[in-house]
Design a protein around this ligand. Structure first.
Ligand code: PAF
Length: 285
């Protein structure tokens, strides 16, 4: 495994593999690797000859400096995981290598509308930070494939949109959310949860599943009552609910009974930790 910290070295290594006709698969991460990332790496290995994992805690996508400061940094653990998984290149640049000048003055990539609604409304600028860093990584690495988890569903949709609209010749491959047996989605943020919160956290996914069953049973009727009931159950358990609603799977517009393919997107706070989760469902009318 090559550990690369500079853009110069990265270019050289990428050119070396490209000249040999190898296909490249990129798994972009912010480190603090868990089972979800490992599954993405395994998927990348199936598609590409060379697997590159990037670890970069991207300051541009944090709307809150405290959140950025507290984001778990576990480089040694991550390195050992990646070594065990036998990936080819770990690209782990320092911030000035990626943003030599002020981040506020940096050129950005922004998907209109999609990046401003739902999670983007609660975290202004977040998705612009994500699309900008992913665009930069795509330009630096020029992978044939890039891999993302479906837990960050809105992020995935936004990335697919800019890749299509800006004609990046890259295939975006996504993977369903990896969960513990109790339903809790793997996330770097689970690390912040204390024991009591860890016991409560799976209730989020249980509530999403239960809500979907009710919506399907009601054939999409009484949606407001169903969503209110779900939110109240979460509040009673001690969650602070920021987002819990049903959206069109493709457009992320609010639910309409005409939609067949839908998704519940949820963002909640448990103590000081923001958890997000989702589940798709089909409504047959
Ligand atoms: O999902 C993440 O870990 C990050 O948003 C990503 C895609 C690596 C961009 O920094």
């Amino acid at each position: 495994m090559y550990i690369i910290k500079t853009i110069d070295c990265l270019y050289k290594k990428i050119q070396f593999f490209k000249k040999k006709g190898k296909t490249l698969g990129l798994v972009p991460t912010m480190g603090n690797l868990h089972k979800g990332h490992i599954e993405l790496i395994l998927l990348a290995k199936k598609h590409a000859d060379i697997v590159i994992v990037s670890i970069f805690i991207n300051p541009m996508q944090f709307d809150n400096t405290l959140d950025l400061k507290n984001y778990p940094q576990t480089f040694l653990e991550d390195y050992l995981i990646l070594k065990k998984e036998k990936i080819d290149i770990l690209f782990a640049p320092e911030t000035p290598e990626i943003y030599p000048n002020s981040i506020n003055m940096h050129t950005y990539i922004e998907v209109p509308k999609l990046s401003k609604i739902i999670e983007g409304k609660s975290r202004p600028g977040h998705f612009t930070g994500v699309t900008t860093i992913i665009g930069k990584l795509f330009n630096l690495i020029q992978p044939n494939f890039a891999f993302f988890g479906e837990k960050d569903y809105q992020q995935l949709l936004i990335i697919k949109t800019f890749v299509k609209e800006l004609n990046y010749p890259i295939k975006i491959i996504s993977m369903p959310t990896i969960r513990l047996k109790n339903g809790l989605a793997f996330s770097s943020r689970n690390r912040y949860l204390n024991n009591l919160e860890l016991k409560k956290a799976p209730f989020l996914y249980k509530t999403i599943k239960k809500t979907i069953n009710i919506i399907i049973k009601n054939n999409g009727n009484k949606l407001h009552e169903t969503i209110d009931f779900a939110k109240q159950s979460l509040i009673q358990k001690g969650f602070l609910v920021d987002i819990f609603n049903v959206y069109n799977l493709k457009t992320l517009n609010f639910f309409s009974k005409k939609n067949k393919k839908n998704i519940i997107l949820a963002s909640v706070w448990l103590g000081n930790t923001r958890l997000i989760d989702n589940e798709k469902f089909i409504l047959l009318n």
